[in-house]
Design a protein around this ligand. Structure first.
Ligand code: NOJ
Length: 558
């Protein structure tokens, strides 16, 4: 099918936490192969694999040392080829992670680049002289705290890194860099990769006069200004499309922090020949205090109206002009039911309810490993966290800056840390949740005996089977791909409801995202006649009477 990615459902695998096959405590590619039948059973179409390339793992593989080799901890290139072959045999496509805003500082390009100002790789990265007083070229900050500049004694210059100092940013102004990227993409596509998720792709083009952030935004505070959505971004992506993407039947999704729906249209309008879809962050940012020095750790109470407003805005503005990537979770986000819902008494209802509102929308839905069984956040001691983002923020904000107390920070980490999504996948109730026979690289959630795949597969009405049904609907019901979207009850604080409409039919998608029992009357106003319940998380829907806690359904109506 042309544009097969439009009615596909993508499943993201974070390989180090998915399944360990050799007992070293670290997930690997043979482990993924072992679980392909499980994914087949779920019914997904595409796997997105977080980076599996050779890497010192300073940022869990988002720091690549060699784009053409698989990291030894994950296996070998042959394992990767076998994974692609085995997935294809089951009708599953494999999308890889393209991390080319930056490399690892151990990549040979950087090792060479930092040696001198004149060598074959000297312009592969962004090097600048110190200011007259020896200080940094400007006041840009890193997303992982501190300055975005690091001084190299060897070369006598600063290099730019928007992530850790071990992740130097590539210089996309250099045509040789771009050619290298296109070549490595072809390398994997020739081996059968079906596309790319593109890491912070909106940051590859930087404002070339490197202006300071305005004073009021604070020194070294990462804002995304001057490098997100930079001047040559779309030119570069169009070139990539011409040189590589247009030559393959592939799927692309760009990670685009700081993007608005207007920007998304630039990326995804098919006439512009760029990408299929992008990941927005707008809905992920609704529970942080905007502009706070404490960044994502400055918590703002969740307001469902805001979530509905943002998600609907993207639905409206991309309709017919682009395409949405629909997600609540990934390896950078906490578990949605813990973040915005209920992960105790109504854990399963809540997981199904969030799934319903996401999978009822127009776009390509993404499921993050464990989301399909309702995995939850964890609350570990601060010292137990592995993520460089948490560690750096603790140092900068709690220890040095004292802008947030240890207690407040810990609370925020429990709520928002990326490590919430990175605990090992819970396969069964055996030791280490069946993830490994060795010592897991990261602590397993204490709830694995209750929440695991084995239990989910045994229980007829589990979250797993609900997802399976949502995926089946996506495949079989064109309305979900094509239908127009209209939000209803925008001001309701608890109900997320919308209509989908084609020439042939109309659906109501509704969820009570609260623990309260609510009258369903406001919904009935939009329903002349109830025709068929397509899916629901209670025996019978409460459309005639009351919506029970976290009740959700999709219904064909007139
Ligand atoms: C986005 C990735 O998803 C995240 O995990 C990583 O830390 C940054 N980009 C830097 O590559």
């Amino acid at each position: 099918m042309k544009d097969w990615w439009k009615n596909s459902v993508v499943y993201q695998i974070y390989p180090r936490s998915f399944k360990d096959s050799n007992g070293d405590g670290f997930g690997d590619l043979p482990g993924v192969i072992e679980k392909l039948d499980y994914l087949k059973e779920l019914g997904i179409d595409v796997i997105w694999l977080s980076p599996v390339f050779d890497s010192p793992q300073d940022d869990n593989g988002y720091d690549i040392r060699d784009y053409r080799s698989v990291y030894a901890g994950f296996g070998t290139n042959e394992d990767m080829e076998e994974l692609i072959a085995q997935a294809h045999k089951r009708g599953i496509k494999v999308v890889m992670d393209l991390v080319v805003n930056h490399t690892s500082d151990e990549h040979v390009w950087f090792v060479e680049s930092r040696k001198s100002r004149e060598n074959a790789y000297s312009d592969y990265y962004i090097w600048k002289d110190p200011k007259a007083d020896g200080s940094e070229p400007n006041n840009w900050g890193s997303s992982f705290c501190g300055s975005a500049w690091e001084y190299s004694e060897q070369r006598g210059q600063y290099f730019l890194h928007f992530y850790s100092r071990r992740q130097p940013d590539l210089n996309w102004e250099n045509p040789k860099v771009r050619k290298e990227v296109y070549d490595l993409m072809k390398f994997w596509m020739e081996k059968g990769a079906d596309g790319w998720r593109m890491d912070v792709i909106a940051s590859i083009s930087k404002e070339q006069d490197f202006p300071d952030y305005p004073e009021e935004e604070g020194r070294k505070y990462y804002t995304g200004k001057y490098h997100s959505n930079g001047p040559r971004l779309h030119e570069f992506i169009q070139e990539m499309n011409r040189e590589v993407l247009s030559k393959y039947d592939c799927m692309t999704v760009g990670e685009a922090p700081g993007s608005t729906p207007e920007v998304a249209r630039l990326f995804t309008d098919p006439d512009r020949k760029e990408l299929n879809m992008i990941f927005t962050f707008e809905h992920m940012n609704i529970d942080r205090v905007p502009g706070s020095v404490n960044r994502k750790w400055a918590l703002k109470p969740f307001d469902l109206r805001e979530l509905k407003r943002v998600m609907s805005d993207w639905q409206y503005k991309l309709a017919g002009r682009g395409w949405n990537a629909l997600y609540f979770e990934n390896h950078d986000q906490p578990r949605v039911i813990s973040r915005w819902g209920n992960d105790t008494e109504y854990r399963e209802e809540c997981a199904k309810a969030y799934a319903t509102v996401l999978h009822g929308m127009q776009g390509t839905p993404y499921i993050y490993q464990g989301e399909e069984i309702g995995m939850t956040n964890v609350a570990f001691e601060l010292e137990e966290y592995e993520d460089i983002e948490v560690r750096n923020a603790f140092q900068e904000l709690v220890v040095n800056g004292k802008s947030i107390t240890r207690e407040e920070f810990q609370k925020a980490v429990w709520n928002k840390s990326r490590d919430n999504g990175r605990t090992p996948m819970q396969w069964d109730d055996s030791e280490n949740a069946g993830f490994t026979t060795g010592t897991p690289w990261f602590r397993v959630s204490d709830r694995y005996q209750e929440i695991n795949v084995k239990n989910a597969l045994e229980k007829k009405d589990s979250v797993f089977y609900y997802y399976k049904e949502l995926i089946r609907l996506r495949h079989e019901e064109p309305l979900l791909t094509e239908g127009e979207y209209r939000l209803i009850l925008p001001e309701d604080e608890h109900i997320f409801a919308y209509l989908r409409q084609t020439e042939k039919e109309g659906w109501l998608v509704a969820a009570n995202l609260s623990e309260k029992t609510l009258p369903s009357e406001p919904l009935r106003e939009f329903v002349k006649e109830m025709q068929e319940v397509m899916i629901g998380n209670y025996e019978r829907t409460g459309i005639e009477g009351e919506l029970r806690p976290y009740e959700a359904f999709m219904m064909r109506i007139r």
